[in-house]
Design a protein around this ligand. Structure first.
Ligand SMILES: Cc1cc2nc3c(=O)[nH]c(=O)nc-3n(C[C@H](O)[C@H](O)[C@H](O)COP(=O)(O)O)c2cc1C
Length: 321
């Protein structure tokens, strides 16, 4: 089994990714959150320096990183791809999954899925330059799974590396469950390798998915991995174990390390706390009474309150079983 860390914009930045890989095992490949270019009125394009810093090799030293592009235009994609390939990364992922209305309204992310002609125009240009170096991460469609069912056979003509499917519709955002039958329907429609992504949070959800999709050997973990950073180790070991005292120490050291690095990189308590609270939004479920834990962290306004709060949570609150 190969495990990928999913991209989560606002959470899995280079500090989170590289620190995670130093403390936890089981993740084989890591995808960075999407980047896109900005175009000025005079037609020139640029990429925000912060985006390039996040995927620079110096900031991703222990990582087999797959940067991701959000785009719906051949020239724009090629411009961004060239910057990324110049950094030395072997592969880029194309985001056809983002469900945010701000993105889909512009026919980007899952908003491009109903527009197959435009998808082909982008791929014709990009594949001519970069065969075997592009993968796609997609949802089932914006409004209907028929969109992906129609698209998959068309994608057979392109030399993609693989397709990662999160089997929800864009219009669902994160509501409902990942649709395992729809993923199954996709399997015979493509010659490309498929990676499964969606709702793997523990041993039970993993077992349900692997029983339903026995041929799938590659999994991408998102929110479940942020909530339980031991998830990838447990799945690789063939079963999640009860967490030990030393696991508590590892998790605490991981969080302390993140805090220290964010303090070195970001300015101002609220900025740093924003990052950490984004992680705790998911991580709180590793503790009993997770709503209370989440609330305690959310209400901290200064870094010293945060540090005290984390200390007291680790001293007093058992992990959930
Ligand atoms: C806060 C947040 C940010 C995300 N950012 C990205 C992104 O930049 N690129 C992307 O392809 N998917 C992004 N996703 C989607 C995840 O990568 C993943 O596909 C989704 O959460 C489903 O997987 P999960 O159920 O394992 O979390 C994001 C999801 C969340 C919740």
């Amino acid at each position: 089994m190969e495990i990928y860390m999913a991209p989560l914009r606002g959470i899995t930045d280079c500090i989170y990714r590289t620190t995670f890989l130093r403390y936890f095992k089981g993740v084989d490949r890591v995808m960075a959150p999407f980047i896109s270019s900005l175009s000025a009125a005079n037609g020139t394009r640029r990429i925000k320096p912060a985006y390039l810093r996040d995927i620079s090799p110096e900031n991703n030293k222990n990582t087999e990183l797959i940067p991701q592009i959000l785009s719906n235009d051949p020239d724009d994609f090629l411009f961004t791809a060239q910057h990324i390939f110049n950094l030395g990364w072997p592969e880029i992922n194309w985001n056809l999954g983002c469900p945010s209305p701000m993105v889909t309204r512009k026919k980007r992310g899952s908003g491009l899925l109903p527009h197959q002609g435009q998808i082909c125009r982008v791929l014709d240009a990009v594949m001519a330059r970069y065969p075997e170096r592009i993968s796609i991460k997609t949802r089932l469609g914006l409004d209907s799974a028929a969109e992906l069912y129609r698209l998959l056979p068309i994608l057979d003509q392109y030399p993609l590396t693989e397709i990662i499917i999160h089997p929800r519709l864009g219009c669902q955002m994160y509501k409902g469950r990942a649709d395992l039958e729809a993923f199954q329907n996709c399997q015979p429609l493509t010659r490309h390798r498929l990676v499964y992504n969606g709702d793997i949070t523990d041993q039970d959800s993993y077992s349900r998915i692997s029983q339903h999709l026995p041929g799938v050997k590659r999994l991408m973990l998102g929110r479940g991995l942020i909530a339980d950073p031991f998830l990838s180790t447990g799945l690789k070991a063939g079963g999640l174990c009860l967490k030990s005292d030393s696991d508590r120490d590892i998790l605490k050291s991981f969080l302390d390390d993140l805090l220290q690095q964010y303090q070195g990189r970001l300015c101002g308590d609220s900025h740093i706390l924003g990052r950490l609270k984004g992680i705790w939004r998911y991580l709180a479920v590793i503790f009993e009474d997770s709503d209370k834990v989440r609330k305690k962290i959310t209400k901290t306004k200064k870094l010293n309150n945060y540090t005290e709060m984390v200390k007291s949570i680790f001293a007093e609150t058992p992990f959930s079983s």
